[in-house]
Write a protein that binds this ligand. Structure first.
Ligand code: A3D
Length: 320
């Protein structure tokens, strides 16, 4: 059986890291696409030359031609610009919307059967726009944010409790931005919910609140340290987790920016929710019950995403 084909649209910091990880995990043959001449070719060759030592079988190709992504099984989109210190994700909207138009049309023409994972910010609005421009079915287009946000939450919790992060589960809902909703009640250590752990004296409510805030600010913390761009190791790892769930039909329960139509009282909005990802793409949106406070936080997040979608429609009349 032929190897799956993985197209990475954008060969910058995340795109290059994705290519390296996909090759090391032998997920398939990899095409790195970018408008910057030489960058995708150089990264593809460099990673291919690591193959003999690492011992992976995967072909890598760098390109500026969308025809090379033909028939891709998975497309992971990082094309666009990242944040610099002082910028919010929303500041990227105008530039990255134009990029989503070009990428959406490229995918529509050459890889209409792919499972598409968008990473470009501002995430929830960009994945919506990418879906509109590509015309692919909603279940085949989603955004990576929740896996990363919950991984950050899990990392901070594991550090606080001095336990393995494998035994920490975390749940983050809503848009990928300052209004994201880390849900303590659905986050656990060895199955014990966080509020119970506060009751057991494992941590204080103040410390837990600080961890929730650090999770919300997780992207900005890295931007502030790197100064030249945003996070890329953990974002790439998170997207690979989603791609593997699709390619291996794992039916993983993963939070992602999915098209929510009916659940959560929404009528067709891309926002972060728990989903099941398998061979059918986003196969199910899990509609959990929220309490009053959680619902209020979720509503705030949803209205921030709606504001960004409205701004996209104002910029590009074809989206209205
Ligand atoms: P960077 O290293 O700048 O790579 C972006 C690449 O996109 C560059 O190589 C550009 O040449 C390329 N590019 C620009 N326009 C086009 C185009 N029209 N077609 C193809 N390629 C193009 O950025 P990065 O890899 O660090 O980040 C990529 C995106 O991911 C940014 O928008 C970030 O804000 C976003 N990001 C999202 C998360 C989430 O959790 C959602 C986390 C981290 C970064």
């Amino acid at each position: 059986m032929a190897r799956p084909k993985i197209a990475l649209i954008g060969a910058g910091m995340i795109g290059g890291t994705l290519a390296h990880m996909a090759a090391m995990k032998e997920l398939g043959d990899i095409v790195l696409f970018d408008i910057a001449e030489g960058i995708p070719e150089g990264k593809a060759l460099d990673i291919a030359e690591s193959g003999p030592s690492e011992g992976f079988d995967a072909s890598l190709k760098g390109t500026q031609d969308y025809a090379d992504i033909a028939g891709a099984d998975v497309c992971i989109v990082t094309a666009g610009v990242p944040r610099k210190p002082g910028m919010s994700r929303d500041d990227l909207l105008g530039i990255n919307l134009k990029v989503m138009k070009a990428v959406g049309e490229g995918i529509k023409a050459h890889a209409p059967n792919a499972f598409v994972i968008c990473i470009t910010n501002p995430l929830d609005a960009m994945v919506w726009a990418l879906r509109e421009f590509s015309g692919l079915p909603h279940n085949m287009v989603c955004g990576m944010a929740g896996v990363l946000d919950s991984a950050r939450f899990r990392h901070f919790l594991a550090e606080e409790f001095g336990v393995s992060m494998r035994d920490v589960t975390a749940f983050v809902l809503g848009g990928h931005g300052d209004t994201m909703v880390p849900l303590a009640r659905y986050s656990t250590v060895g199955g014990i919910p966080l509020p119970d752990l506060v009751g057991m004296g494992w941590t204080s409510q103040e410390k837990l609140d600080a961890i929730v805030q650090r999770t919300r600010d997780g992207g900005a913390e890295i931007v502030g340290l790197l100064k030249t761009g945003s996070a890329y190791y953990a974002p790439a790892t998170s997207a690979i987790e989603m791609a593997v769930a699709y390619l291996k039909d794992q039916k993983r329960v993963l939070p992602c920016a999915a098209h929510v139509d009916g659940a959560y009282g929404l009528d067709g909005l891309y926002v972060g929710v728990p989903t099941v990802i398998g061979a059918g793409g986003v196969e199910r949106v899990i509609d959990i019950k929220l309490d009053k406070d959680e619902q209020a936080m979720f509503d705030k997040s949803v209205s921030a995403v709606k504001g960004l979608v409205k701004a996209c429609k104002e910029i590009d009349g074809a989206l209205a």
